[in-house]
Design a protein around this ligand. Structure first.
Ligand code: OAD
Ligand code: ZN
Length: 367
């Protein structure tokens, strides 16, 4: 990724490394072209695991898939030989049952306020689209489950057919050449979608970069943070540190050694985003957009499920069941169990921590 260096030295407009400072920039209309970079961390609250968090991340829970290495689940050669593990994963994380989070809706709100230049996301879960954010504002840098095509002849598959196959644990095949159908997700070794490259000029225009829920471990996406001009403020909202470096030319400089423009807000992303929304005076709008948006989705999906059930009853569901691939079902069930256990563990751990905190901090009455 080419690094953008501005010709003149423009000082950053940030006063200090606080969320308040970032909010002030927006309120003062000094950051009206915002690029948001996102990763799997913004969808964990929706119930979709991220990839690299120890214990709960997907890559730590694929034992049963007997992969040569965890990332092989997104490897083209492996997929061509053995597509079942990918389809077991697809069955678990396929769009249609997960709702966008407050962070997703905040990006839509930025758009409604006329401030969003683009959301570049690494996520394949399509939750950005579900908020109602127009497609032209989204760059799905690693593709998504929204479309699928044949790996032999490139023929685009019918979305409904692929969805049905995934639901019934079957590997979809091309109706033209019988080749394997793969959702248009960028596998390792594949080139990123054209839309990614076509929109890189945005970075020349950006006045604020917000990076949320990503470990910034995968290139070329990770280097996008270096593509904005040198004075442009950059905010990271993430549970853990990501993308920090000592270099003057790449990575975040949270120690303000070179430029005084990077802010790290280490927090759960929804909590951080709610705080930012509050500082901007947008909290009620965000809450309403989130609640109404997800209520509408729920109604839509309930109706779709009912229609589908009717259709399947008419077609004779029993025939379909017999055709299900037992290997995919077993792998998907194992994954579901593991991820459920992780969810329970992490909420137990959280409760435990909260309790310990209460024990350590006597209430005011006790003082
Ligand atoms: P990772 O799993 O690498 O990173 C997710 C980051 O989000 C981690 O730093 C977590 O600490 C953080 N995180 C998790 N939950 C959070 C929460 N509730 N609040 C705040 N932070 C949270 O995921 P990505 O960076 O998105 O490729 O991974 C990049 C790519 O690697 C993915 O697109 C995927 C994978 O291989 C494909 O799907 C093709
Ligand atoms: Zn084909």
């Amino acid at each position: 990724m080419p690094k953008k260096t501005s010709n003149k030295t423009v000082p950053s407009l940030l006063k200090d490394q606080s969320l308040e400072s970032i909010a002030q920039l927006i309120k003062d209309k000094k950051a009206s072209k915002v690029i948001v970079l996102t990763g799997a961390g913004i969808s964990t609250k929706a119930g979709i695991p991220d990839f690299r968090t120890k214990g709960t991340g997907l890559y730590d829970n694929l034992q049963k898939f007997k992969l040569p290495y965890p990332e092989a689940i997104f490897d083209m050669e492996f997929f061509e030989e053995k597509p079942e593990p990918f389809y077991a994963l697809a069955k678990e994380i396929y769009p249609g049952k997960y709702y966008p989070t407050k962070t997703h809706y905040f990006i839509r709100l930025l758009h409604e306020k006329g401030l969003l230049l683009r959301n570049f996301t690494q996520n394949i879960d399509t939750l950005e689209r579900l908020t109602g954010l127009p497609e032209d504002k989204i760059v799905e840098a690693h593709g998504s489950f929204a479309t699928a095509s044949c790996i032999e002849c490139d023929k685009e598959a019918v979305e409904e057919d692929v969805r049905e196959c995934v639901k019934h644990a079957k590997v979809p095949r091309c109706e033209k050449c019988d080749g394997l159908i793969k959702p248009d997700i960028t596998f390792f070794g594949e080139s990123l979608p054209n839309r990614f490259f076509e929109n890189l000029d945005d970075f020349d225009e950006a006045e604020l970069l917000i990076v949320i829920g990503t470990s910034l471990k995968v290139q070329p996406f990770a280097s996008l943070i270096d593509s904005v001009a040198d004075h442009v403020p950059r905010l990271l909202i993430n549970k853990e540190m990501a993308g920090a470096s000592n270099s003057a030319s790449s990575g975040f400089d949270f120690k303000w050694r070179h430029k005084r423009r990077d802010v790290a807000h280490m927090d759960d992303c929804d909590t951080g985003i709610e705080k930012l929304a509050e500082l901007l005076g947008w909290q009620d709008e965000l809450h309403e957009m989130f609640t109404k948006g997800n209520e509408k989705l729920k109604a839509q999906w309930t109706l779709q499920d009912l229609l589908q059930e009717n259709k399947e009853e008419e077609e004779g569901e029993s025939v379909k069941k017999e055709e299900e691939d037992e290997e995919i079902i077993a792998l998907a069930e194992d994954l579901e169990k593991r991820l459920e256990v992780n969810k329970e563990e992490s909420s137990d751990q959280k409760e435990g921590k909260e309790k310990r905190k209460e024990e350590k901090q006597p209430s005011k009455n006790n003082l």
